[in-house]
Design a protein around this ligand. Structure first.
Ligand code: GTP
Ligand code: MG
Length: 631
């Protein structure tokens, strides 16, 4: 029976296939088809039970049909979604890791209140308009399943509230929007342009009112002229020059007027000119004289010209004749430009980017309101008891207008939460350790900066205990000043309980492990001691009014050196003599003490993370002890 139905089905199928099957096969039982792209079953005998959505087959075995020939049966229905195959490669392709984004959130607008009056004779002219609905809010919600700040879009808006209706009918409230973010996100509100410049303008006014008018009135034109010569290097950009020169003219006119009004104070003017000569070289004064738009242009231009040291560092990878990548420590000048750094232009730039701390979302399933929906308009039903007052009608019209939703510009920054963070120079073997101790599959290669995004893995113990380990991209000398994107990477170890310093004991890249540890310790110390603006009093006037990170966050960063640490000398398989190994571990201990790394002598271990696995068992035991002490 089954044989017959199979034959029938096959004939029908072949008819549908038409030209693809030249001569209908006469022995159907020998047709063997392989379905293309199916995961459910790769091979099947041709029977009547072929699902309708399976449409494409390949002939494997038949007399008249050529094996390998593809036949197509008319498709019917939708093919189910196919799962992507997971690659068994060493490198698992994953979504890009994004740890800092800017976004805009806007609460929904409230709904209009309704103004209407009963028309029934007994109620005539009695107000009965319903209230509008409130606008939807926008929330951030932490979801432990998400690990990156990658978002579909960067603008989110709550739904607008519905209008109120007749007979006291209230409008619908707008739907809230919930944006999923990973745990460990720090939320800051970016001050928008007007808010920031409102404050800066206010400060300027204060300065002016404290008697600096005369200073401005004294021959500013010549002064500008002189200074623009002095700072010729800033005027390379011809586009901006033109704009600036037009602005200059504006300011000149302004100054000339002032000069006329103050024209009779010749003596004072001379004195001030003398003062100006002293200030000629002063970039800051020059900057302060510029108009707001000129300042912005200058800042943007100067910042754009700042060398992107990271690019240069990465570009140092050179593929040599032996086919391997070699890396030479680049000589990159990362100083932004001393006079710029010291100037208030730089401070303005910093404050332009500055933002107000809102929240540290480090707990899972926490909702945080970032933009509130607008209030609803009020319906005129509230005046139902006094319908005849004219005032009521006027007020009702005002009150019926809803509020706009709140608009916030946000900066979200993800700081990984892990029990232990791996710190080391590029190529030390950090990723090798992570892959040896956890199921994470980081990319491992013999060239530096293989890892460019922080990655976490979980170390599982037999009794079910788990420790989360974060592999942070390699740090280089000067990382605490941002060299080689150091600042970006270092912030991911702020939320760890313990640290593992890893050095390449084999000295594969010609590095000295002892010196490496010294540099790492120094960099972490410097990173820890830098606040957002550190203890720099210069910027206090700006930061105090704008706000800053919480004390808790600064404290966490400052305590980075107090964190219990382990020091690993990796690639011990390259050591042959035991004596040298002991000596190296001893030297590392001395350096740890010198730079102030918080570790016991027993926590300096020799391991071979990537080759023999030597020392890893002892490491995992010790790691657990160290981490559990911190709780
Ligand atoms: N001989 C030896 N080689 C190792 C060992 N561990 C790692 N390596 C090698 O060292 C090189 C760098 O290893 P990675 O784990 O990618 O180093 P990394 O610290 O993650 O480097 P970046 O991601 O560039 O910062 C690779 O070629 C590894 O095979 C080891 O224990 N012994
Ligand atoms: Mg790596």
């Amino acid at each position: 029976m089954q044989h017959i139905s199979a034959a029938l089905f096959a004939r029908q199928a072949c008819n549908r296939v038409g030209a693809a099957v030249a001569a209908p096969p006469n022995n159907y039982s020998r047709i063997r088809l392989v379905q293309l792209g199916s995961q459910l079953s790769s091979k099947r005998w041709y029977t009547s039970s072929i699902p309708h959505y399976q449409s494409s087959y390949i002939v494997e075995d038949h007399d008249s049909l050529r094996p390998g020939q593809r036949i197509t049966i008319s498709p019917g229905g939708n093919e189910p979604k196919r799962k992507k195959k997971r690659k068994n490669d060493e490198v698992v392709t994953k979504k890009p890791f994004i740890d800092r984004i800017h976004m805009r959130a806007r609460g929904g607008k409230g709904g209009n209140g309704c103004i209407s009056y009963h028309s029934l004779s007994s109620y005539k002219r009695r107000p009965c308009g319903g209230h509008g609905g409130t606008g939807g809010n926008v929330y951030l919600v932490t979801d432990p399943k998400i690990s990156s700040l990658k978002m579909e879009k960067h603008h989110y808006q709550g739904q607008d509230g519905g209008k109120g209706g007749k007979n006291g009918k209230q409008g619908k409230n707008g739907k809230d929007v919930f944006i999923k973010v990973p745990c460990g996100v720090v939320v800051r509100r970016v001050l928008d342009y007007e808010e920031l410049y409102g404050e800066l303008d206010g400060m300027d006014e204060d300065n002016n009112s404290s008697g600096s008018m005369d200073e401005e009135s004294s021959s500013p034109h010549e002064w500008m002229q002189m200074n623009s010569d002095d700072y010729q290097e800033e005027d390379d950009d011809s586009d901006v020059d033109e704009d600036e020169s037009s602005d200059d003219e504006d300011t000149d006119d302004l100054y000339e007027e002032d000069a006329i009004t103050d024209g009779d104070n010749d003596d004072e003017e001379e004195e001030e000119q003398g003062e100006e000569e002293e200030e000629e070289e002063d970039f800051e004064t020059y900057y302060n004289r510029l108009s707001e738009s000129q300042k912005q242009k200058m800042i943007k231009r100067r910042m754009r010209d700042t060398p992107s040291d990271y690019e240069e560092v990465v570009n140092q990878e050179v593929k040599a004749e032996d086919g391997m990548y070699h890396w030479t420590s680049p000589e990159v000048d990362t100083t932004v430009d001393d006079d710029l750094m010291a100037s208030s232009a730089y401070a303005d730039y910093q404050s332009m980017r500055k933002s107000v701390f809102l929240a540290d979302l480090d707990q899972p399933h926490t909702a945080f309101l970032v933009a509130e929906g607008g209030k609803a308009g009020v319906g005129n039903q509230i005046y139902a008891n006094r319908p005849h007052f004219a005032a009521a009608t006027i007020n009702a019209a005002k009150k019926a207008k809803p509020d706009e939703g709140e608009i916030t510009y946000l900066e979200l920054e993800l700081k990984l939460i892990a029990d232990v963070g791996l710190v080391g120079f590029p190529n030390a073997g950090k990723s090798s350790l992570l892959s040896a101790m956890s199921r994470a599959k980081p990319k491992i290669a013999s060239y530096p900066f293989t890892t460019l995004e922080p990655l976490r893995g979980t170390v599982h113990y037999n009794d079910g205990h788990q420790i989360i380990m974060a592999d942070v991209p390699g740090l280089i000398d000067g990382a605490s000043e941002g060299r080689g994107r150091g600042m970006e990477f270092l912030r991911h170890i702020e939320r760890t309980k313990a640290l593992i310093y890893m050095v390449d004991a084999g000295g594969v890249d010609g590095r000295d492990p002892v010196q490496d540890l010294r540099i790492l310790g120094k960099e972490l110390r410097e990173y820890g001691s830098s606040g957002i603006f550190g203890d720099d009093d210069e910027h206090d006037d700006i930061t105090s009014s704008i706000g800053d990170d919480t004390d808790d966050m600064i404290r966490r960063r400052r305590e980075i050196m107090n964190r219990p640490s382990l020091i690993l000398a990796n690639k011990m398989d390259l050591f042959s003599e035991d004596g040298r190994k002991e000596e190296l571990l001893f030297q590392l201990g001395e350096v740890a003490e010198e730079v102030g790394i918080n570790c016991n002598p027993g926590d300096i271990l020799g391991v071979s993370a990537g080759v023999t696995g030597e020392g890893l068992r002892g490491l995992s035991r010790r790691l657990r002890e160290v981490v559990s002490k911190v709780d």
